[in-house]
Ligand binder design. Structure first.
Ligand code: ZN
Ligand code: ZN
Length: 404
């Protein structure tokens, strides 16, 4: 009996779970793995799950899918749209939606495992499937590594993964080198001296300090980074004060930084820190700002040789023209930690989930940005077919390419 992947996807889509809360999702995966007769380990990195299929001697190929959803209210109008709510880390009740397609990732990986098991006689080596929690927090892969996933399972010779994206269904996007940016999330606390709003001369105003800092940070990318490079400095959150006639004692900024590689990261970090400290000094701050790194995501760098091999395999399997270079994405992923920790190559590709006609029409009108919902949008709605089938096939083709 084979897995009904459409029903599985719809079930996962209807029951999205926030990062590190993917207990029902892990239960569904465990149920399907049990039905396939596969052994697995649960609770890896809190809610992760991993399994292994062995077929004699040969390379060890890791296939990774992430499982978590986002605090987004689904507005797709689909009959299987999520109406679920959850509790975020701050304790707030929030709507939850699979707005990044991780439900499709899980579905495709389960379908691929079934196929690889059925065709076990045709390949040799070991497949390790990793269902990872909390990608959206940038913490899930490290949590699994901290739980020993690299030691409790055969260590990889290569790590493979895929992500759904707004390309036409059937299309695969992959490039050698940097596929996705590195990213850091920072919380910066600017320390002033509070007081009465009528007596600014007796205070050190962190609101003005924050405003100057936000404006000056804009010049890091526009004036300091080589224009041939790529970098992003976004201040996504700014909080200070409670009332018009009170000058607060501190201001908090939250920053999102992106860069293509480790050298650029070190460079931008140094510049951002210099601006923050200099603006505090310019304001006469008596205490240094506190700069806290909340999370770090490495760049997702595709091994050039393995990517060339995989692109050729996709072309053979799906026809020339199926694979496109989607360019570098400024979004980030934590899949790389598995490959980095093991010191092995990674290939991470994207596959499309859009109705090709809808996409072609938007391209013709020049309205792709306006009309095509991207990942994390409340309207993100991949078509089921052939998205599911292509996701399964891509994982199987990729695994078989690197197995014996
Ligand atoms: Zn996402
Ligand atoms: Zn995602």
């Amino acid at each position: 009996m084979s897995i009904d992947l459409e029903a599985l996807y719809i079930d996962l889509h209807r029951h999205p779970e926030l990062s590190f809360q993917e207990t029902r999702t892990a239960g569904v995966i465990a149920r399907e793995l049990t039905a396939l007769g596969l052994e697995f380990v649960e609770g890896l990195g809190r809610t992760g799950i991993a399994t292994v299929i062995r077929s004699g001697d040969g390379p060890v190929v890791w296939l990774r899918a992430d499982m978590d959803a986002l605090p987004v209210e689904e507005l797709t109008g689909l009959p299987y749209a999520s109406t679920v709510h959850g509790v975020d880390p701050a304790g707030h009740d929030v709507p939850v939606m699979h707005a990044c397609g991780h439900d499709m990732h899980v579905t495709a990986l389960l379908g691929a495992l079934e196929r690889l098991q059925e065709t076990q006689g045709e390949w040799s080596g070991t497949v390790v499937a990793v269902f990872q929690p909390a990608e959206e927090h940038g913490a899930g892969s490290q949590a699994m590594i901290a739980d020993g996933v690299l030691d409790r399972f055969p260590r990889p010779d290569i790590v493979l993964g895929q992500h759904l994206t707004p390309l036409p269904a059937g299309t695969i996007g992959v490039r050698p080198g940097t596929q996705m940016a590195a990213s850091d999330g920072l919380t910066v606390t600017l320390l002033g001296r509070g007081g009465h709003g009528s007596r600014p001369h007796s205070t050190i105003d962190p609101v003005v300090m924050a405003a100057a800092t936000v404006m000056r940070l804009q010049t890091v990318v526009s004036r300091e980074v080589d224009p041939r490079g790529v970098a992003v400095v976004t201040v996504g959150s700014i909080h200070a004060g409670l009332k018009n006639n009170i000058i607060p004692a501190e201001a908090k900024l939250e920053l999102s930084l992106r860069y293509p590689d480790d050298d650029a990261r070190a460079d931008v970090m140094t510049r951002v820190e210099r601006v923050i400290r200099a603006e505090a000094a310019a304001s006469g701050a008596e205490r240094e700002p506190v700069i806290q790194i909340d999370h770090t995501l490495p760049p997702t760098i595709n091994d050039p040789a393995a990517t060339a091999r995989l692109t050729a395999a996709f072309d053979t399997a799906f026809g020339t023209g199926t694979v496109v270079d989607p360019g570098m994405f400024t979004g980030s992923e934590d899949v790389s930690w598995f490959a980095r920790e093991a010191g092995v190559p990674l290939v991470f590709w994207f596959w499309g989930g859009l109705d090709p006609q809808v996409y072609a029409d938007a391209v013709a009108r020049g309205t792709v940005n306006e009309d095509i919902p991207t990942n994390h949008s409340a309207y993100f709605a991949p078509i089921l077919h052939p998205t599911i089938e292509r996701g399964v096939d891509a994982l199987v083709v990729a695994a078989r390419e690197f197995l014996g």
